[in-house]
Write a protein that binds this ligand. Structure first.
Ligand SMILES: NC(=O)C1=CN([C@@H]2O[C@H](COP(=O)(O)OP(=O)(O)OC[C@H]3O[C@@H](n4cnc5c(N)ncnc54)[C@H](O)[C@@H]3O)[C@@H](O)[C@H]2O)[C@H](O)CC1
Ligand code: K
Length: 499
């Protein structure tokens, strides 16, 4: 590995998806680390690598090929830093400068004006003339690449590949898919690729290594908490937006199984919360589903005895709210049917008591949502702090486990964990647990309906942030948390109107 300041080894086990990267970026901003700062750091890392590889920046002729998105922004920041170190730098844009689409990249371009670096647009004399360059940087496309190379990007990638200078790509080689590693025609071939924060998964797949050259990573200031704590990035990046021309079916369908002679409201709240999370259709199987549907016509009633056969129609299931002791057999049948059909299931409330009594091993796409009392039951009486309890229950029952507490914790059976500090003490009111179960199931359904893997750990994190934030919004606006109002607030936060 080349030894240069500011860059490190890229290990496949550290690789992340573009979805992860988008989530971390937004979470970082929420935690006080701005995108501009991340971009500046990315540019600095690129500048330092080029300087190091050339054995000094002073007098070196460097051309930065910059696209109109964030990747171009990294390149523009690198240009300013290299110029400040004495390099003879030019920026060649793939597009007219008025078309820069990324807000932070626009800021970088403004900052570049004062540095004396020439900025060449398509059509200006000398555009894509890379004769005699010592180094050329590919800052054309990063994780925002879509489809084959077009327009100025295509022309710039051709010039890059013909150039005799040292070649370095920012984040990913332009034209290589950051998730799958697939390369489109005309993708750039580099000597080095410096991937921001962590290497992107695609860099290790298929033919990507041929294009990337040596892969390095640069630490750009994303704090640990942006990965560990649930945040708005999990909602924005992991829960797909509904396409504007959405037809019925893209939002997913959820089945709620619960209720008993004693408890009526819990499964209804879970059903309404699933709707608030953006799904298309919620079936309710309970002893009173017809009455529930008369009061709330959006609920599709199912007889309790039809619960098991409804599993095959849905993208996720909530089982347990308000079930009492009456539904043990049914719960076990619903779990078996869900597992057999690969449908993720959220087990809450009385469903958890049944599991604690019967034991047994679930699967990673089952999500248990105990509060601390239920966690203690599941652990046979042992009282552990939330994070430890989540880790232990997840390992013991083989299911992703959320332990609800002032700082919620969620862990997978393999021991990967996240926490969520959002929410308010007023959320201890009855019904918030039912709402959370419905939102987790709703988000799981929305991912599955679009063919995305359910990813229960990060999907639960998105739900924890959403419900916690909804509670905060309500406390700020109304001074209290009423469960039915919480459903309304979830709808606003999930639709991007509550932050
Ligand atoms: N995520 C982070 O924390 C940080 C990311 N940084 C850098 O930003 C890019 C991602 O930026 P984004 O604007 O989302 O995407 P791109 O720059 O890759 O490009 C989008 C841009 O390009 C156009 N486009 C897409 N596909 C094509 C194509 N095939 N042909 C032509 N043009 C295309 C599209 O229209 C958009 O306008 C990330 O990779 C990092 O480099 C920073 O480091 C800050 C932190
Ligand atoms: K690139």
């Amino acid at each position: 590995m080349v030894l240069c300041p500011g860059v490190g080894e890229a290990r496949p086990e550290d690789a992340i998806s573009t979805e992860d990267m988008r989530a971390y970026e937004i979470n970082a901003e929420h935690l006080g680390v701005s995108i501009e700062l991340l971009m500046e750091n990315a540019g600095n890392a690129v500048a330092s690598l080029v300087e190091c590889l050339l054995g000094g920046a002073r007098g070196a002729r460097v051309v930065i090929l910059a696209g109109k998105g964030g990747n171009g922004g990294d390149g523009v920041a690198a240009a300013r830093r290299l110029a400040a170190r004495g390099a003879r730098v030019e920026v060649h844009l793939s597009h007219p400068s008025g078309e820069v689409s990324h807000p932070a990249a626009r800021t970088m371009l403004r900052g570049l004006r004062a540095s004396g670096v020439p900025v060449l647009e398509p059509g200006s004399p000398g555009w894509l003339d890379l004769g005699g360059v010592d180094a050329v940087v590919d800052a054309l496309l990063g994780i925002g690449v879509k489809g084959g190379l077009r327009g100025g990007v295509k022309a710039a990638a051709e010039a890059y590949n013909r150039s005799a200078g040292l070649k370095a790509s920012v984040d990913v080689p332009t034209g290589v898919d950051p998730d799958t590693g697939e390369a489109v025609e005309g993708a750039v071939r580099s000597d080095y690729t410096v991937s921001m924060h962590r290497p992107k998964k695609g860099l290790f797949k298929g033919s990507a290594p041929l294009y990337a050259g040596e892969v390095l990573t640069a630490e750009i200031g994303i704090p640990w908490g942006a990965e560990h704590y649930a945040g708005p990035g999990d909602l924005a990046a992991r829960i797909p937006r509904r396409p504007r021309d959405a037809h019925k079916g893209v939002g997913g369908r959820v089945l709620v199984v619960g209720g008993s002679s004693e408890y009526v409201g819990a499964p209804i709240l879970a059903a309404l919360a699933a709707y608030a999370a953006g799904v298309d259709l919620v079936y309710l199987a309970s002893p009173f589903s017809r009455e529930a549907a008369l009061a709330r016509p959006e609920i599709v009633p199912r007889r309790l005895e039809d619960a098991v056969m409804t599993v095959e129609r849905v993208h996720s299931v909530v089982a347990g709210p308000g079930m009492g002791g009456e539904g043990e057999e049914l719960l076990m049948q619903v779990l078996a049917a869900s597992r057999e059909r690969g449908v993720p299931v959220v087990v809450d409330a009385d469903g958890l008591k049944t599991l604690a009594r019967r034991g047994g091993s679930l699967w990673g796409e089952a999500v248990l949502t105990p509060h601390r009392g239920e966690a203690k039951l599941l652990l046979g009486g042992e009282d552990l702090p939330p994070l430890k309890a989540a880790r232990e229950i997840a390992a013991r029952y083989g299911a992703t486990t959320v332990v609800k507490a002032p700082v919620d914790a969620v862990c997978t059976p393999e021991g990967r964990c996240r926490e969520s500090p959002w929410g308010a003490p007023e959320m201890s009111v009855g019904g918030t647990g039912d709402v959370l179960a419905g939102v987790i199931a709703g988000f799981l359904a929305r991912r599955r309906a679009l063919g995305l893997p359910p990813d229960p750990l990060n999907t639960a994190a998105a739900a924890l942030y959403t419900v916690g934030r909804a509670g905060e919004v309500l406390v700020a606006e109304e001074g209290m948390v009423h469960p039915a109002r919480l459903v309304e607030a979830v709808k606003r936060v999930a639709a991007g109107r509550g932050t």
